[in-house]
Ligand binder design. Structure first.
Ligand code: FE2
Length: 359
């Protein structure tokens, strides 16, 4: 039985160099590889960034009507491919297609200087796909047209972000059940958690699915159309359909990470002081952490296993769609009952403050 982990996340963006600059400067990533016409990739520029176990690939089109350009025209910058590392790409591809995924790329072995990499791809949700990447050994590059670069900004002692904790995905109403069923049957994931979340006049359904090892987690969100439109509807409208709403980066020291990233230009959502008057009643004593959480606007939650701290960024994109989360787990394995509601309320507060959504 094969299992899945994250190989890398590919963003389709208007300008790969600008996007890479932002993630390097604001979030502390470093460039480890690059591809373009000089490496045989004639119609695209790709820059591979890394920090901890996280690898982000920024790709932009060099033509006006290629696949990447069309994605960006329709959705703006966003996550186009969540590439999953698998033991057998052909088997993973066959299983996903048998369960209803459309093939995007047939399994294809590519000889690279450091060994063979086999890749395939299928549709996932909206215009987002899953690549299945089979490496011969750790540390290989994910594509034949990427070349390693010596990075001047390589500073491993300053890395604050360790893994991709989870992806949150907005789905149009009516797609949640079949999407979860596909991840269970087509990828072998298990449903870990579900919740109906009500905030004011709005409501949404949420289901969490995980790979068997726990290395890959998706939180799927679907609006309840019986209620007033809310932030899920706003994302679907602005993005143009289903897509990744946010990525969560894990950190072992959220306070230090928030301070550093803020100083580097990352904008985090504000949390009102009243939140902290009630938080210990909900999650238990926080000791000296409470003042730090309040100062930095970090949210807290608890599940059966322990605490978690989290904070959300403003969307760095013009459409106000995709954004990022930092999460520090202190024993918590799930999201706690208040986690998703906490996000919802944080975004609602940002929308109320701006009068035009978190854009
Ligand atoms: Fe999240």
């Amino acid at each position: 039985m094969s299992d899945y982990s994250i190989s890398h996340v590919e963003f389709y963006v208007g300008d790969a160099r600008q996007a890479a600059y932002y993630y390097r400067t604001a979030f502390g990533f470093r460039t480890i590889a690059e591809g373009g016409p000089e490496t045989g990739q004639k119609d695209r520029r790709s820059i591979l960034l890394a920090q901890g176990d996280i690898r982000l690939l920024m790709t932009s089109d060099l033509t006006p009507d290629g696949v990447v350009a069309r994605y960006v025209a329709r959705h703006g910058d966003g996550v186009a491919n969540i590439a999953l590392r698998v033991q057998d790409a052909e088997q993973a591809f066959g299983r996903a297609v048998a369960q209803g995924a459309a093939p995007v790329a047939e399994p294809c072995p590519v000889e690279q200087p450091d060994g063979t990499v086999v890749s395939a791809a299928v549709t996932a949700f909206g215009d987002t796909v899953h690549s299945f990447v089979q490496y011969e050994h750790d540390g290989q590059l994910p594509g034949p047209h990427l070349r390693r670069v010596e990075s001047a900004d390589d500073a491993p002692d300053e890395q604050q972000l360790h893994t991709l904790d989870h992806f949150a995905v907005c789905l149009p109403a009516g797609e949640l059940a079949k999407t979860v069923a596909f991840y269970e049957k087509g990828l072998g994931f298990c449903e870990a958690f579900e919740e109906f979340i009500e905030v004011g006049d709005q409501a949404m359904e949420s289901k969490v699915v995980r790979s068997t090892s726990g290395a890959v987690t998706f939180t799927f969100l679907e609006p309840d159309v019986r209620r007033k439109p809310g932030q899920i509807d706003a994302f679907l409208d602005a993005h143009g359909g289903a897509g990744v709403q946010h990525l969560a980066f894990s950190t072992s020291a959220i306070a230090g990470a928030v301070r550093r990233l803020s100083s580097q230009g990352v904008e985090f959502l504000h949390t009102p002081a009243t939140y902290y008057e009630a938080v210990e009643g909900r999650v238990g004593p926080l000791g000296g952490d409470l003042d730090v959480l309040r100062e930095l606007c970090v949210l807290a939650d608890r599940d059966d296993w322990g605490l978690l701290y989290q904070i959300f960024t403003r969307s760095p994109h013009a459409r106000g769609t995709f954004f990022l989360e930092l999460i520090e787990r202190r024993g918590a394995q799930t999201f706690g009952s208040g986690n998703i509601k906490g996000l919802y309320e944080a975004v609602e507060r940002a929308q109320a403050a701006s009068g035009a959504g978190a854009r």
